[in-house]
Design a protein. Structure first.
Length: 244
């Protein structure tokens, strides 16, 4: 009976974490460059909870638990605005940001602006990095070509610093749409990508899929909760009978 109670409570915990993850995805569905997270589960080995020397009486089973989360680096759709400060990437490369926290960050968020000193920046995050460091534009118009070269008055100012992350690789998130990754590196030769000025990348959230997953997790959570209450009631009755 206690094992059944454990099953029920574990189901509640696991699906609550799934609901938290899905809720965060839906909250950031309109966040530029956001990449969806998903929960990865694993299983306990049956030996971890069997009573020593009583395997023949306890039986065996494997229990599922939340192991970690995984960030889906799939590309989102583009929103075309025609604004020169909106920049998107078609491909598996990322912009580099000199974060205000002192760290180098990667992002797909291309909604940029100029700071008070005339540097190209991502609001509240940091300055955009080029191959020569932070990109200074002053108040002049600029053009970014498909390779990431930045021009003013026909003269090359700098070239966007870009990093490559394998689409199946792992990243650590900082905030909603900034990343750090030990697997990031220079763009390999032959990698195809395109810089698109006048557009930005939206999140890669599929609302219909997330809602379906939320309903499934919620149903399992409610069923586990009902089962836990049932086992609790049975335990109380069993305790009452033992006192008679």
């Amino acid at each position: 009976m206690n094992r059944g109670f454990y099953y029920a409570c574990n189901g509640m915990i696991m699906n609550q974490r799934k609901l938290d993850c899905i809720g965060n995805n839906l909250t950031n569905m309109s966040t530029p460059g956001y990449k969806r997270d998903t929960i990865i589960t694993n299983r306990f080995q049956e030996q971890m909870i069997l009573v020593k020397h009583r395997e023949e009486l306890s039986g065996t089973f494997a229990q599922t638990y939340v192991d970690t989360s995984y960030t889906d680096l799939g590309q989102g759709t583009f929103e075309y605005t025609g604004t020169p400060f909106d920049v998107a990437i078609n491909g598996d490369v990322y912009f580099n940001i000199a974060g205000y926290n002192g760290e180098n960050m990667l992002t797909r968020n291309g909604q940029w602006e100029l700071d008070a000193e005339g540097y190209l920046c991502l609001s509240n995050s940091g300055r955009i990095l080029g191959e020569n460091g932070e990109i200074y534009l002053g108040n002049k118009d600029f053009v970014i070509d498909n390779d990431g070269a930045i021009y003013q008055d026909g003269q090359l100012v700098d070239r966007l610093r870009l990093s490559y992350i394998d689409p199946e690789g792992n990243v650590d998130k900082f905030g909603a749409n900034m990343f750090t990754s030990v697997q990031a590196g220079d763009v390999p030769a032959g990698t195809r990508y395109e810089i698109i000025q006048g557009a930005y990348e939206r999140s890669n959230i599929d609302v219909n899929y997330e809602m379906t997953m939320m309903m499934n997790a919620n149903r399992i959570y409610e069923a586990s909760s009902t089962l836990a209450k049932l086992y609790d009631s049975m335990n109380q009755k069993a305790t009452s009978l033992c006192k008679i």
